[in-house]
Design a protein around this ligand. Structure first.
Ligand code: NDP
Length: 484
């Protein structure tokens, strides 16, 4: 006899309209307040990872373009740096409001260019990008109070290189504090997700930001590499892989160029037996499947106390099976497209390694679209701490489960990583949460929540996850010279 609770309710498609989006066919480089052709004339298409269709052509900046941007920025900096903080703040407020005004368009473009579900770009990426500009607009005339009331000065021209997982949000994380502090910035977006940064360039024009204060150089890794090695750059801020971060650090060794690195992670999400397990399961899902797991602080190592292991895994699997994978523009989609073919093959290679090393794989059954790059949410159990899937950053919708018996063992296992970006603790006991949090080598520790971001809070890593902090007053320090 069929019972009512066994009925499977289908969702009707709920696609967000993209009709209001007016993208150009081709975008030049944003230098000295205007879009211009690259010197070598190279343009490449940026594609939609959910359909493999080209969206627009984007310029590739070569060394001559990088030099032109640096010169324009260098010329613009003295005037911008000399503006009263209150005036600089007004420009940042304007940018923040324009992001809010164009939020719907920015969300759709972020989703078609990067593959993330619209629900996330609409509810997380774009509002947070605006909040970062609002937050640092407020700091622009109070800089010295962020640095123990010392006298401060801007650094000059800063180069900023961002990845593809949160394109506009990372641009905001980097640009807002740099500009508030009186620096001028050259931003290099990732090759696969340049579009929202280019819309941000339009917003800078609309806000009448003085030419040269923000430049956007689209291109590839070589563009980033040329930016790092440019004369007249006073600071590089990089978010991306540990391998490239290491290369940048080597290139700048022995120079007076300041550097902050926000690199990879293999963050532990620790579930104690006294946790509210249903709430923890929601946090585990948000921790690893948010943005297809393309999150540097993703809770990709799930540490469960042995006494509740079976119960948590059963609940997690039941929840995972309800995740909706597919069209990122559909408002019901939980897990969208993988950002690129390269990223998909990296995920696949690590998942195969997990199976070969003896872990047990379960991937949810779901109908994946024929075109585009997709990976079904995956759970690995029987994982040993030495397995590659427990050590390396997968950067995809794949969670590896490990277990522990005691609090001390949980801490030891969580810290047993070359990374140290973030961690999650699920427990009903406040004292335990504080004790564990202070023993974890992680820049951010969430308690009974995960992937919670706020512009007022500092973010950054330990160990090979990088150094320097972004967000809040701590995020001002890397962009300021303390004069006395
Ligand atoms: P990268 O580190 O290569 O890319 C990050 C940014 O650096 C991009 O803008 C990229 O440009 C640029 N870049 C690439 N090479 C250089 C260089 N030599 N000098 C200066 N800038 C450079 O990350 P990938 O996109 O290759 O991803 C690889 C892996 O890195 C992922 O699988 C994931 O594990 C990890 N990753 C971690 C991130 C994090 O936030 N922690 C973010 C992204 C990736 P372009 O895109 O044009 O090549």
């Amino acid at each position: 006899m069929s019972i009512r609770t066994s009925v499977v309710w289908d969702y009707a498609p709920a696609p967000e309209s993209a009709d209001h989006v007016r993208l150009r066919d081709r975008y030049g480089l944003f230098i000295d307040g205007d879009f211009r052709d690259p010197v070598a004339g190279t343009y490449e298409p940026t594609i939609n990872p959910a359909t493999e269709e080209p969206i627009a052509e984007v310029a590739y900046a070569g060394p001559d373009d990088v030099s032109a941007a640096v010169e324009a920025a260098y010329a613009a900096q003295p005037k911008w740096g000399a503006l009263p903080g209150l005036e600089r703040g007004k420009y940042l407020y304007r940018i923040a409001r324009l992001i809010q005004e164009r939020a719907r368009e920015l969300a759709v473009v972020e989703t078609i260019d990067g593959g993330k579900p619209l629900r996330e770009s609409r509810d997380v990426d774009i509002p947070l990008a605006a909040s970062h500009f609002f937050h640092y607009a407020g700091w622009a005339d109070k800089l010295r109070y962020g640095v123990n009331a010392r006298e401060v000065a801007p650094l000059g021209v800063v180069g900023q290189i961002v990845p593809w997982n949160f394109p506009l949000l990372m641009a905001a994380w980097k640009l807002a504090p740099a500009l508030a502090c009186g620096n001028v910035a050259i931003l290099k977006p990732a090759e696969t997700t340049p579009l929202t940064a280019l819309l941000l360039a339009e917003i800078c024009q609309e806000a009448e930001l003085p030419p040269g204060v923000v430049s956007i150089l689209t291109g590839n890794g070589d563009t980033g590499s040329a930016l790092v090695r440019s004369n007249k750059i006073k600071k590089i801020a990089f978010t991306g892989s540990t391998a490239v971060g290491r290369e940048i650090q080597a290139a700048l060794a022995g120079t007076d160029v300041r550097l902050t690195l926000e690199l990879g992670g293999k963050s532990a999400n620790i579930v104690f037996e006294d946790a509210a397990l249903d709430q923890a399961v929601e946090g585990i899902v948000n921790g690893i499947f948010f943005n297809q797991g393309h999150v540097c602080c993703a809770g990709s190592r799930l540490l469960i106390q042995e006494s509740v292991r079976d119960e948590v895994i059963a609940k997690l699997w039941q929840r995972m099976r309800r995740l909706r994978v597919g069209d990122p523009l559909d408002k019901n989609t939980d897990v969208g497209a993988i950002n690129s073919a390269e990223q998909l093959s990296r995920i696949e290679a690590l998942v195969v390694a997990g199976e070969e090393e003896g872990a047990t794989r379960q991937s949810i059954e779901c109908e994946l679209p024929e075109r585009g790059y997709w990976f079904a949410p995956t759970l690995f159990t029987d994982v040993s701490p030495a397995h590659r899937i427990a050590v390396e950053e997968i950067f995809g919708p794949v969670v590896s489960v490990l277990t522990f018996r005691t609090q001390a063992e949980a801490i030891e296992k969580a810290n047993n990583s070359r990374y140290g970006l973030a961690a999650g603790i699920w427990t009903d006991k406040g004292a335990k949460a504080f004790e564990v949090a202070s023993a974890l080598q992680a820049g951010v520790v969430w308690q009974n929540t995960y992937n919670h971001f706020d512009p007022t809070a500092a973010f950054g890593g330990y160990k090979e996850s990088g150094f320097g902090r972004e967000g809040g007053p701590a995020g001002l320090r890397p962009y300021l010279e303390v004069v006395r």
